[in-house]
Design a protein around this ligand. Structure first.
Ligand code: IDP
Ligand code: MG
Length: 136
């Protein structure tokens, strides 16, 4: 049965800063993702805190929010069969050191905090995250 899904992807500041937008978008397209919405923005730290609220008790929360708001990001809605899982697989492990060959984080990630991309971790969170950035 077909399960066309959408998921939220973010190209994080470390990758935008290195001009990797097009390379990363090509990796999505080559895997059959359609980029159905896209915008380049910079967010306030307070918005990053809302976006990453699920991590608010983690020791890295403050640095994470400072980082996500430190420069331009590219926010995208990706569509494909089983997009949430397919995107997590293409992204690779959170720590680029653990990411497999062929993944975005293996190729471009610098460190666990500067790991180049964000991707929703469930269909439910994808909806929340897409609304967060694209609700008019
Ligand atoms: P994910 O991005 O692979 O879904 P999460 O566990 O949701 O990983 O963490 C969100 C982000 O927080 C990660 O992408 C990474 O940038 C950062 N992060 C996660 N764990 C650590 C850590 O132990 N130290 C520093 N930053 C971390
Ligand atoms: Mg996550």
């Amino acid at each position: 049965m077909s399960n066309k899904e959408v998921t939220l992807s973010i190209i994080k500041p470390d990758a935008v800063e290195r001009d990797l937008n097009n390379e990363i978008k090509e990796m999505f397209k080559n895997k059959g993702f359609q980029i159905v919405k896209e915008k380049k923005i910079q967010i306030e730290k307070s918005e990053a805190e809302k976006f990453y609220k699920i991590h608010e008790t983690k020791p890295f929360f403050n640095d994470l929010c400072t980082y996500l708001s430190s420069g331009p990001i590219v926010v995208m809605v990706l569509e494909k069969e089983n997009a949430v899982l397919a995107n997590r697989q293409l992204m690779g492990a959170t720590n680029p050191k653990d990411a497999e060959e062929g993944t975005i984080r293996k190729k471009y990630g610098i460190s666990i905090d500067k790991n180049s991309v964000h991707g929703s971790d469930s269909a439910e969170n994808a909806k929340i995250e897409i609304d967060f950035f694209f609700k008019d």
